[in-house]
Design a protein around this ligand. Structure first.
Ligand SMILES: Cc1ncc(COP(=O)(O)O)c(C=O)c1O
Length: 428
């Protein structure tokens, strides 16, 4: 494959955009090489500026669950744009998508729309702090909730100590209110809660983690978190930016039958346009301005184009509920095919999967938290990534990302992908 045009576009971009990209993971920093510039995409395929075509397993990092340029979404956006692109006034379509989203998601009465997953999680935490009148939050190592200051925190010297900023610009003052726990380790979370009794406003979690590869909860971890939160009057926040409207119509809450107090959305809910949202029961949501004291706002929040795209996407998912089991079947098929190819070539690996999220860690042992994910062989991943790219398969350029399966992928595409894995795994 030739990447000449991508290379020259990247050089041009680097002169005017830091690192040539508007979001760091696009820069291929974890795998090396030059990022590929997308030109267009349709269905299961993305086409780059050099004329190469790839089977796409990133799908814009999750939103394109029905494939790229999905006709009803494109048509809804075009139609809406003709009527004006932003008003800064309430519009009927905001109520339309709110009603539909609330009907699909368990345990929520109201929803507020924002412009990104970052904003959704940031606002959810502020709301939780305002509602509980407590300051500290618990997040899990390896979970990502966007780039707001309270989340850019690494584990401190001991699990019980405060977190420390993991980006310059995040203050110690902010870091001291974020405590880091271990995913899938309820004893660890309990210990943190016990040693900060009466101070924890919320526990925020990706119910199926997708930012350390795919890591599902095990041993009823989510149920146990729910009980712990109930016991200590802590709000449980599910960050369903990846899992919402993907694992099931009602997301991880529906799949695992665990109710969260606040749920955050992004990605699929915007149909590929910039949308985030957070939702909860009335008594929590009514704490938000203008009804309540917790401030939250946005010039472009509920933007009509974004709402039109999101509404068309949710309508389709709501009308065709079989999409979720179909996606899970496709993902299982891919899992089995890839596992066979890797086994035959004696490549150490662990494949984790839940619904339409899947990832490979090049490590023989079970991967269930950040530490076990970080122990995997990143050199093998780099070779795997570039090998797959050469075979026309585009997976996320980092071992710490889940792949997103779209319904546009055919079984033929999956077979092509499995054949590519067979070939690439001979040279890992
Ligand atoms: C689980 C999760 N939460 C929040 C975010 C932040 O969303 P955004 O990139 O839209 O700000 C992401 C982004 O990948 C995510 O995966």
């Amino acid at each position: 494959m030739l990447y000449q045009r991508s290379s020259s576009l990247f050089k041009e971009a680097e002169k005017v955009i830091p690192g040539g990209v508007n979001s760091p993971v696009r820069a291929f920093g974890a795998v090396g090489g030059t990022p590929i510039f997308a030109k267009s995409a349709k269905g299961a395929y993305v086409h780059d500026e050099d004329g190469n075509t790839y089977i796409d397993y990133i799908n814009s990092w999750g939103p394109m669950i029905l494939g790229h340029a999905f006709e009803p979404v494109v048509a809804a956006v075009i139609e809406k744009a003709k009527q004006g692109t932003s008003f800064g006034m309430p519009t009927a379509i905001e109520t339309g998508i709110a009603k539909l989203a609330i009907s699909m998601v368990p345990n929520v009465d109201k929803i507020r729309f924002v412009n990104s997953g970052t904003e959704a999680c940031m606002s959810a935490v502020r709301l939780a702090r305002g509602y509980t009148k407590k300051d500290k939050i618990i997040k899990f190592s390896g979970c990502y909730h966007g780039h707001s200051d309270a989340f850019l925190i690494a584990a401190g010297s001991g699990a019980i100590t405060f977190g420390t900023p993991n980006s310059p610009g995040v203050t110690q003052g902010t870091a001291k209110d974020t405590l880091l726990a271990k995913f899938n380790d309820i004893a660890n979370v309990t210990q943190l809660v016990e040693s900060n009794k009466g101070e924890i406003a919320c526990i925020i979690i990706e119910p199926v983690a997708g930012n350390m590869g795919c890591i599902p909860p095990k041993d009823n971890f989510l149920q146990k978190l729910r009980s712990l939160c109930d016991k200590h009057e802590i709000l449980l926040i599910f960050d369903e930016v990846m899992t919402g409207f993907r694992l099931a119509a009602g997301g991880a809450q529906e799949l695992y039958k665990v109710n969260a107090d606040i749920v955050c959305f992004g990605k699929v809910i915007g149909g590929g346009l910039p949308v985030g949202a957070f939702a909860a029961r009335n008594e929590i949501m009514d704490y938000l301005a203008p009804l309540g004291p917790v401030y939250q706002a946005g010039t472009l929040s509920g933007n009509p184009l974004a709402m039109a795209a999101g509404l068309a996407m949710l309508q389709h998912l709501n009308n065709d509920n079989s999409v979720f089991s179909r996606l899970a079947e496709k993902t299982e098929y891919l899992h089995q095919g890839m596992a066979k190819a890797l086994q035959e070539n004696k490549v150490n690996h662990t494949i984790n999967r839940m619904g339409s999220m899947i990832s490979i860690h090049f490590e023989a042992h079970e991967v269930y938290d950040f530490e076990t994910a970080a122990n995997a062989n990143n050199e093998s991943f780099k070779r795997f990534f570039h090998g797959m790219l050469k075979e026309g398969v585009y997976i996320a350029p980092s071992a710490f990302e889940t792949w997103f399966i779209s319904d546009a992928l055919s079984y033929e595409d999956l077979d092509t992908t499995i054949k590519a894995v067979e070939k690439v795994s001979k040279n890992l």
